[in-house]
Each structure stands twice: as C-alpha cells, then as structure tokens.
Unconditional design. Structure first.
Length: 342
C-alpha cells in the first residue's frame, strides 16, 4: 500500500477520511490474523517537511496500531519520502525504524517472509539504478516489492506513464508488487497496487483498497475500500432527477451541468447541496468539458504542455477573453513547475 500522509498540504479533511479506511483495515488484519504488513513507499507526501499533525496521525492511525499487534512492518522509501531527487540518503521513513519495523531505503535487500524470499527495492535513483537492475537480473527470488517507475503503465485512469524504466528487467520474478502510481494495473509480472483511498480528482470512481497475499498458495485478494471522498453529479433538468443528498456529506463534489433550462430548479438543487455537509462544490459546464475533450482527442501534435493548453483554450466555446485566460493559466503552470523543483 501507498499512504501519502500529509497530502493536499496536510489538510485535516483527509485524516477523517483516512481514519475510516484504517479502522476497516485493522478489522481485516485482526480477523485474518495478519502478522506482516508491507508499505510500498510514499508514506509521507511532502519531500521537504513532515507536519507534526501529519506525524501524529500516521502514528495514531497506522504505526501504533501495527506496534500494539506486534506486526512486522516493512517500509520502502518512495520518491515523496526522499528529500533529494538524486539520492535516498535523506528521507522521512528512516526515522520510523523500530524492533518491529524494517525500513528499506538505500539499496536492494532480500528478506525471507513466511519461508519465501522477497526482494525489496527502495526508490530507484540514478545512483543505484545499475545495482538494482543487476540485482533483479541475478535474483533467484520469486517475489519483489518496490516503488517503481515503469513506462507504459497507468499513472491514474486518465494517463499512461510515457517515461520510466523497462519493466521487463524484472520479468524473472513471478510477481512484483509496486507502489507509486495511483491506479491499479497489471502487466506481465508487475502489479501496481494503487493507493488505498482517493487522494485527488483523478482517483474519483477508481477502485481503491489494499491487497492480501499468501506466498504459499499464491492467493491474491483485493480488499476494496468502499469509502469515497470525491463525487461527480450530473445535473440535467430535462430529465427527472433523483439524488440522495445524504451521500454528498463529507465529500468534494463536482457538479457537471449538462442541461440547465430552469434557473429556479438549479438554484434549489444547489442550495440543497450546500446544506448537505459537503467539503466543497465545483460547478462544471459540460459544454466546455466536451470542447476540451474534443480538443484533447484531436490529431494535432503539441511541442509542449503550454501549446496543448493554448489549443484547448482556442477551441473552447466561452465568452471569456482567451488571451487573458492563456496568460492566467500560463502563470499557474509556471508556478507549479517552480514548486516541483528541489
């Protein structure tokens, strides 16, 4: 599993949501007498800092619960856990070491679990890439776990990773469990386990949960997380609409307006949403969305992300000043790139 405590700038809303998952997770652990848990990297979201409230919740919801059950916990360093992009030397998960917690954060390591060899790989930087790939090619282990960045797998359900390592380097293994990408996918021996819960809008309506694996029988089960945080609602007043507003409580809502012919009906619907206990409501004009999708699906080749954004804006059916819109989005894009720099 990948946890990412501290997501969305340590927003407390996510801890209320996470707690629902971890309560059910440990019920399953207790009922099935689970004594080994593997965390597949990105325990924490921020590379540079760990908020005290985030650390408190990580301990309360997960680490302390494992400790009280005498669970053997294996933690792998993910890219979000590491301070630098070029090395894993400084990372947040190294601080979690305890008698019952094994942290793999510097180089590949073979660990015997329930009588079977598992190869553990930390986040693979350029400094250790050759060592990791040689380790995989020469290993006799059946299973591997890591936080891999392989090309041609889904980052989330809307996007495929175009860059990354060649996953066939790890084809000697019978099964490779990986964190990193948000959505569940499988190809050859590689299983991307996905995140156990929703972290952003790209996770909406995607299957989430955690995995149970028995190396003796090779039985692999996904235990699905039924709790959601993001919800899309399609509004169309040309049809009879039946919506249970109770389901909007404690959710981020995206209200997609397909047809709005009666302003009073729309205002009434929106007011009911407002008082239903949502975290946030984002209204989206479906006509603009379709214009964007049509532009994205066109055969035009783009030289850069900004070229693509400008093309989408030019093809939007909107009364807004497209020059100003391009400038505003360009500034946001530049600021986002600056935030990603280390």
């Amino acid at each position: 599993m990948t946890y990412t405590f501290g997501v969305r700038s340590d927003n407390p809303i996510y801890y209320e949501y996470f707690e629902k998952f971890f309560r059910e997770f440990f019920v399953y652990v207790d009922e099935n007498n689970i004594k080994t848990v593997i965390q597949l990297g990105d325990m924490f979201d921020k590379r540079k800092t760990v908020n005290f409230l985030t650390l408190y919740n990580a301990k309360k919801m997960f680490l302390d619960e494992c400790e009280t059950r005498n669970i053997k916990l294996y933690v792998i360093s993910g890219n979000h856990d590491c301070y630098y992009k070029s090395t894993n030397e400084v990372n947040s998960v190294r601080l979690l070491s305890s008698p019952n917690t094994v942290v793999v954060d510097s180089r590949p390591l073979t660990i015997k679990i329930e009588g079977y060899d598992f190869d553990f790989y930390p986040w693979i930087t350029d400094l250790i890439a050759s060592e990791c790939y040689d380790y995989a090619k020469n290993s006799k282990s059946k299973f591997a776990v890591g936080h891999f960045e392989f090309a041609k797998f889904r980052l989330h359900k809307y996007q495929i990773a175009e860059s990354g390592a060649d996953h066939t380097i790890f084809n000697n293994y019978k099964l490779v469990f990986s964190g990193h990408y948000h959505t569940i996918s499988r190809k050859d021996s590689i299983l991307y386990c996905g995140t156990p819960y929703e972290l952003d809008w790209a996770d909406c309506d995607d299957i989430k949960g955690f995995w149970s694996f028995d190396p003796e029988t090779n039985k692999l089960d996904l235990i699905q997380n039924k709790h959601t945080l993001y919800q899309k609602i399609e509004y169309d007043d040309t049809q009879d609409m039946f919506y249970n507003f109770d389901t909007a409580k404690d959710k981020f809502i995206k209200l997609i307006v397909k047809n709005k012919n009666n302003q009073y009906k729309f205002d009434s619907f929106f007011q009911q949403l407002l008082v239903s206990g949502t975290y946030d409501i984002n209204i989206v004009d479906d006509k603009i969305t379709k214009s964007i999708e049509e532009s994205m699906n066109s055969s035009v080749e783009f030289q850069s992300t900004q070229d693509m954004v400008h093309h989408v804006i030019e093809n939007m059916n909107t009364h807004l000043d497209k020059t100003i819109l391009k400038k505003m989005i360009g500034e946001i894009y530049t600021e986002a790139l600056e935030l990603l720099k280390v």
